[in-house]
Each structure stands twice: as C-alpha cells, then as structure tokens.
Design a protein around this ligand. Sequence first.
Ligand code: PLI
Length: 488
Amino acid sequence: MSARKRPWAEPFKIKVVESLSMLDRPGRAAALEQAGFNTFLLRSDDVYIDLLTDSGTNAMSDRQWAALMIGDEAYAGSRSFFHLQDAVREIYGYKHLIPTHQGRAAEHILSQLLIKPGDIIPGNMYFTTTRLHQELAGASFVDVIIDEANDPQNEHPFKGNVDLDKLQAVIDNFGAHRIPYICIATAVNMCGGQPLSLQNLKAVSALARRQGIRIVHDATRCVENAYMIHNNEPGYADRSIAEIVREICDLTDMCTMSSKKDNLVNIGGFLAANDDEFAEQARNMVVVYEGLHTYGGLAGRDMEAMAVGIRECVDLEHIKARVGQVYYLGRLLEEAGIPIVKPIGTHGVFLDAKRFVGHLSPEVFPAQALAAEIYLDSGVRTMERGIVSAGRDPKSGRNYGSELELVRMTIPRRVYTQAHMDVVAESVIEVYDHRRWITGLEMTFEPKFLRFFQARFRPLATTPVAQLTSTDAQGATASSGARHRRPT
Ligand code: PLI
C-alpha cells in the first residue's frame, strides 16, 4: 500500500439518488424574507445543500430499507420491539428499553418521573429540548462543563468534559437531595460536537456514586464520542467502537436517545435504564404520551430499521468516514482562515460568528444573520447556535445569553459528497470576504418555547457604517437602501 493512502473513504456505494435544485439569488432572497430570516422556516424545496441538522436526515442503508419490510405492526408485543431491545442491550447495554418517537419524548418522560419542583440538574452544557423538559418539570439546569468549552479557539481534545470542582460546588451548595441526576451528554452538541473522555466520565461516575446521585446519559451522539476516544484517549486505540460505547454506558444509570442521529434512522428514539422500578414507571408513563410500551410512538418497521442502524453505526469504517467528512469540510475552512470552533467537532463544523461578523453586537443576532447570509449566497442551509437558541430563563424572563455565538453546519450521515463540501466551503469563504456588509437582525416574533425553531426576524435598515473600514463604508453608501451591499 502507498504511504500516501488516504485515511478514509466512504464504505458504501450509492444506490438511490434524489435530485437537488437551486433557486437563483432573487428567489433565495424572496424565500428568506418569507421565512422571516430564520433558516428553520425555509421550505426544503428552496434549499440546495441542507446542513440545518444531522437529525433524521441520514440516508438509510439497503439493509435498513429491507428491514422495514419485516416490521411487525402488532399493537402489542410486536416482534420488532424485541429485535430493537436486543440491539439496545447488545450495543448500549441498558437492561430496559422504552421506545419513544424521538429524543425529546424520552426527555419528557424521564424529567416528569425524576424531577420535583426546586431540583437542580448539573450537566455538561445545556441542550435546548433537554433543558426545557427539566424546567417544565420544575428544575433548574446548572452548567458544569469545563471552561475550555466556551472558548472556540481552545484546542482541548475533550471539551465536553465535566469540571469536577464545579460539580462538587453544585453538590455542596444545593445538597445531593436536590439533585435527582447529573445529565451527561456525549459529543456535546451546543459547544461544537465536542467529546468527553472516559477518564473524566469515570471520575464523574465515582463522584456521583459516592453522593448517591444517578447519571443520566444523553446518548444521542455517543458513537461519535466513542470514535474520538478511540482516536485521542491514551489506551483506547485498540478498542472497538462498540466496546467504548459500552464502557461509556456502563458508567451511567440510564439514557435518553434520539436515534435520528448516531442510529441512522429518520425517526425514533428511546429511554433505556437499568433500574427495574424506574423502568416500570416509564413503561406506564409512555402509554399516556406516546403509545403502548412495545412501540412507544413508532411503527414496527421504524423499530426494525433502528435495530439495524444501531449495529451499523458502531462499524469503524462507517464512523471514520462520517467524522472524516466533517473534518474534510473543517480543514477547508481552517486553511482559508475562516474562524471555526476548534477542534473540529464530530457532527458538524461550527462557525465562530463573534469573530466572523465581529462588527455585529450580540443584540442584533450575529449568528442568525450569518446563517441567513450563507443561504442567500448559495442556498446552503445552516443554523444559529447562539443567543437565539439559548432562549430565556422561564423564571426571570431574561435572555440566558450565550458565550458562544455559532453557526452550525451539520452534516447528515451518508448523504452528501466531497464536492458538496467543496461548494459549502466556497460559499462560506465568499461570505467571509464580504462579511462587512452583513447587517444585524431584529426579532419580530418570539415564541414562548424553543424560540429558535419559529422566531421571525427582519434586517436592520442600515449597515453599521461607523464600524466599517473607510473603503467598506464607501461601498455601503454607494448602494444605500439594499441590505446586502457587497459588490457584485
Ligand atoms: O430531536 P429529538 O427530539 O429526537 O432529540 C432531542 C435531542 C436531544 N439531545 C441532543 C444532544 C440532541 O442533539 C437532540 C436533538 N438535536 C437536534 C434536533 C439537532 O438538530 O441537533
């Protein structure tokens, strides 16, 4: 073999394709306006390359499609449930499985069962739906992630780690009796898809056990985290991805899962636990909100496809190519000097809007404006992960605020090619070259919950000329009246 052999290539060939179309620039401008400058409100037909999310947007394998045909659609005791239960036990190791239609349904049931008003949930950074369900059940979330996670330029290889001193301080302040569980996410989404190390998780687990506090694992991207441990944590290079996933799960008591990510399906999730009594209560609760405990809001065929996806996603060649593609895009941007979150994450490349559009202040939603601009430039859809996503404290009504102001370019699994990644990089570089002409936004509609999904914005009337260089300012004045005043 040549020493110049590339480190990864897709371990699949393509059997079915879906055509893409692209609106012209005036069409994209009209679509953006209609969507209230929120990429979540665009119609997918108006999108060229869709990097909004990696959730439910994966391409299933031929084996998963074949599995759909053997789904058992029985209301009760479906054979497909038992297939799924076997897969969850084999890969994740938890004893009890409660299927749900997606991750937030598992979060809802878990939060309602474990939280009482006034409780505190420490965790390694919030996730939007997870924190909302904790709050709706009466708890407050406290972030105990290491400080490095909030610095996009810090190259710590495990930025998802828990700061043990912060965790101990929360326990000392509030008392273990007010902490029903510690919420541990793998491959932490909101800070850029950053993994935690097994060394850190072992320490968290030991501390939690000493204090008699459970650990709830958000296992949504556990396989991606396991791959980073395999690559970067001493002692794990020879361990299989499945072994590492199992070691992570064994250090925790239960998990919530959105199977729409790692597990390679378009819909599905679950709650899984080792505790018999908790599982019995969850099985009872799932009947109220989702469906019988042997399907939990899923069709039998969905459970079959998930069972196959759970085993496929721990294949080393698969995960190497999946994360390899994210790195490919990240490196293109790094080489062009674009400010991105480092290290490159596992499920997407995150632009650092604070540095990308440094002339925009946080009140004018820099990351939201940047995501809109990228769509306008090329039809590439990305999303905001900053102050809009952070939302408001339900008690005080104040904006939570966010140290990180990011645009997430999330890569669906097995969907796009390297040429698509090149197109994305070209567009981001183009937008970067003209970044000074990007104006901020004002929010015109704010929904009560998870506002980033449905909020609407309008562009501020003028470019902040005072903050432009004199050459930039001339350009802005010359074409006054237009929002995007870059030269064409
Ligand atoms: O979208 P759901 O309800 O299947 O899953 C909720 C959820 C829970 N935890 C984590 C870490 C997630 O990333 C997550 C969903 N994430 C979405 C939709 C995303 O775009 O990242």
